[in-house]
Design a protein around this ligand. Structure first.
Ligand code: SF4
Length: 364
């Protein structure tokens, strides 16, 4: 059994509703102001890669839609979201927009659906004003149904968000420095519990993880993982088996939204705005290829990574768009690269395993 095995989501949700009196929202990828939900005593439970067999969603989606959207829709259609009190769809990409429209407009699901729109244009002063307004509108829209956001509650939530970011950052720093004794599977097993645990539970988990894992990382080839999310889990297991150490990542559901620098301001909405614009570059937000390259090279520099694995979810348009250019520039620096794409929960095939083994040999 893995250290820090996550609790069952179903039981955790039930417990949160019964014992804590919290409402629970299903939140689709990727970035959203979770602090506003916490302040309203709403628990966001993120839906990235539910382990469901897709049977019904195919009737609603084109064959070239990614499996993040496909499995999320399947979860809704199979009635596995019936316990939830609402849904939130951040405007991450066209596929999530499409999903939002199917769930909200066509399925006749009687649950409130909310939307959160990020600035998509090149960042400038107007984007900041726009984002700040989006935050306030989001809080006021939610407030109409779930009660007004109390300033003290929002301040508390923002503070918990910052403590979470600080602990996650520490885990990333230790790992990059080779002083975190955790396997790839353990590391992501813990970090990803933040996708559904309330900070009251996630903060102690992170502290415990850090306290018990400080030490020397195992030896092995250091790599950076880039893409959307560390799925299938078998990939991490395979990397552990081959003594490949993920020392950094550029994953949409991990460092690209979790590594937020500390910010202070009197108004919590200003803090959230400031934090948003300090997030790492991302293919789903403003993030030029040049900015992403610089970000990746910084990671290489601080971790001593010898290669980058682009593990892409099949049909993920925002990610696939930049990969050829990123690969070309990374190779020019003498680093090994490997590009793989697969569906969620599709364990590495024999062919993929062989390619990963060849990549490891190339690095050493
Ligand atoms: S995997 Fe890519 S296309 Fe699919 S929801 Fe995520 S960002 Fe959008």
């Amino acid at each position: 059994m893995m250290r820090f095995e996550p609790p069952s989501r179903r039981e955790y949700i039930r417990d949160q509703k019964m014992r804590q009196g919290r409402r629970v929202f299903g939140v689709f990828p990727a970035q959203y102001p979770k602090e506003i939900l916490w302040a309203l005593n709403i628990l966001p439970v993120e839906i990235w890669d539910p382990p469901v067999k897709t049977t019904r969603a195919d009737a609603h989606l084109q064959p070239y839609i990614c499996s993040v959207v496909r499995s999320g829709l399947e979860l809704v259609l199979q009635g596995k979201c019936d316990d939830l009190d609402g849904f939130l769809f951040p405007h991450t990409c066209d596929s999530i927009q499409n999903l939002a429209s199917i769930v909200n407009d066509y399925l006749g699901i009687e649950k409130p659906c909310y939307f959160f729109y990020h600035p998509k244009a090149h960042y400038g002063p107007s984007s900041r004003a726009y984002y700040l307004e989006q935050l306030r509108n989001f809080a006021s829209t939610l407030g109409k149904r779930w009660g007004a956001v109390e300033p003290e509650e929002l301040e508390r939530s923002v503070s918990q968000g910052q403590q979470t970011a600080s602990l996650v950052r520490e885990a990333y720093d230790l790992r990059a420095a080779g002083t975190l004794g955790a396997t790839n599977e353990e590391f992501y097993g813990v970090i990803r519990q933040g996708e559904f645990l309330h900070p009251d539970d996630f903060l102690p988990l992170m502290r415990n993880f850090l306290e018990t894992s400080k030490g020397r990382s195992g030896s092995g080839s250091p790599v950076i993982l880039s893409g959307v999310l560390p799925n299938p889990p078998e990939l991490l297991r395979l990397l552990d088996e081959l003594h490949v150490r993920v020392v950094e990542d550029d994953l949409l559901n991990c460092s690209r939204r979790l590594i937020v620098p500390p910010v202070s301001a009197a108004d919590p909405f200003e803090v959230l705005t400031e934090q948003y614009f300090l997030m790492p570059p991302c293919s789903t937000r403003e993030g030029s290829i040049q900015a992403r390259l610089e970000y990746l090279f910084e990671k290489v520099e601080r971790s001593g990574a010898k290669g980058v694995i682009f593990w892409i979810v099949k049909f993920c348009e925002p990610e696939l768009f930049g990969v050829p250019q990123l690969v070309e520039e990374i190779k020019k620096k003498g680093l090994a690269t490997l590009v793989l794409d697969s569906e969620l929960h599709q364990g590495p095939s024999g062919q993929i395993r062989t390619r990963i083994e060849a990549f490891v040999e190339m690095m050493s």
